[in-house]
Design a protein around this ligand. Structure first.
Ligand code: ATP
Ligand code: MG
Length: 303
């Protein structure tokens, strides 16, 4: 089997925000995830980890209905995603590719409002509600001071706050944040994590937060969803970040070292997620780069 779900039977029977049952995701001829099942509950902050190409982005797109599951069933708040498709207002999504925003001269407020006006999902939202919703979202992420400034003049961390404001429009119950830490320095990374955590608690949302490095997320996350080799492991850090589980997900021998509260995932003496993270800094996004470290074998065979 290709699923390692450490959640207890009790968790599975609780009201679930996101449930995958025997889901297989394929892109072209490639199987990205095979027969994956897990369930995420209300108010959980889930760190989504895994090497480049493991399927973090593909999973989020599948939850949105943008990638159709080849097999199995994906449910958001009990509803199959296929039925709601792109217009699911219960989900806020921050996509991974956002380099173009650095050259965008739109003002912060207009950028957030663009999404409220329906550009986010092609979903019409009543005009009267739009303005109040935009104000509320800007307020939540403490970005009112950014509202009148063009995106091109903002720092990466400030743009990230506006992107998060966009995600919060329409009061979603599930946030899918794809690599919000990429190209931010450690200080801004901490700021983004704290902001997401605060807003999540205030609004009572479930968050899937993908990242290349585990350590910055350690204090924030409730559980880890680790993807690799076509499989997924969901559980506490102690359950998932272990040599046997990660060796299986990477398809290579992995060592896990804990030093002063930090966790180092090593392959052949090289720290994996740190190297991946630097990698993210160089290129920012996309899949067109070379893999320098163990990554899932093509086709996602069971380990
Ligand atoms: N249209 C496509 N056809 C075939 N394979 C694809 C297609 N698009 C993406 N892939 C592959 O799917 C795999 C999963 O990609 P995905 O973007 O979900 O990974 P990821 O975990 O988000 O990686 P990263 O950490 O680099 O963001 C990659 O190996 C990628 O090359
Ligand atoms: Mg990705």
């Amino acid at each position: 089997m290709s699923v390692m779900d450490f959640s207890s039977a009790a968790t599975a029977t609780q009201a679930s925000v996101l449930t995958l049952s025997h889901v297989t995701l394929a892109l072209g001829a490639r199987t990205i995830l095979r027969d994956v099942s897990f369930s995420v509950g209300p108010n959980e902050f889930i760190g989504v980890l895994g090497p480049n190409g493991a399927g973090k982005t593909t999973l989020m797109r599948a939850v949105l209905g943008l990638v159709k599951a080849a097999q199995g069933d994906i449910r958001v708040l009990g509803e199959p995603v296929a039925r709601k498709g792109r217009g699911n207002p219960s989900i806020g999504y921050m996509p991974q590719t956002r380099s173009a925003l650095a050259h965008c001269h739109v003002r912060g407020r207009d950028f957030v409002a663009m999404a409220a006006d329906g550009h986010r999902w092609g979903l019409p939202i009543a005009r009267g509600r739009t303005r109040a919703d935009v104000d509320r979202a800007l307020e939540l992420v403490d970005a009112r001071a950014l509202a009148s400034r063009p995106l091109s003049e903002l720092s990466g961390g400030e743009r990230q706050r506006l992107l998060l404001a966009q995600c919060l429009l329409g009061q979603p119950e599930l946030l899918l944040l794809d690599e919000p830490l990429i190209s931010l320095d450690p200080n801004h990374q901490r700021g983004v994590i704290e902001l997401v955590r605060r807003v999540q608690r205030e609004l009572g949302m479930t968050v899937l937060f993908s990242a290349h490095e585990l350590n910055p997320l350690l204090d924030a996350l409730d559980r880890v969803l680790y993807l690799g080799n076509g499989a997924a492991a969901l559980g506490s850090v102690d359950e998932v970040i272990t040599a046997p589980v990660l060796s299986r997900l990477y398809g290579a021998p992995i060592d896990v070292m804990r030093v002063h509260g930090r966790i180092f995932v090593m392959s052949g003496g090289v720290e994996i997620d740190k190297a991946d993270h630097e990698h993210g800094h160089e290129h920012g996004h996309g899949h067109e780069h070379e893999h320098k470290h163990p990554h899932p074998r093509d086709g996602g065979q069971d380990a």
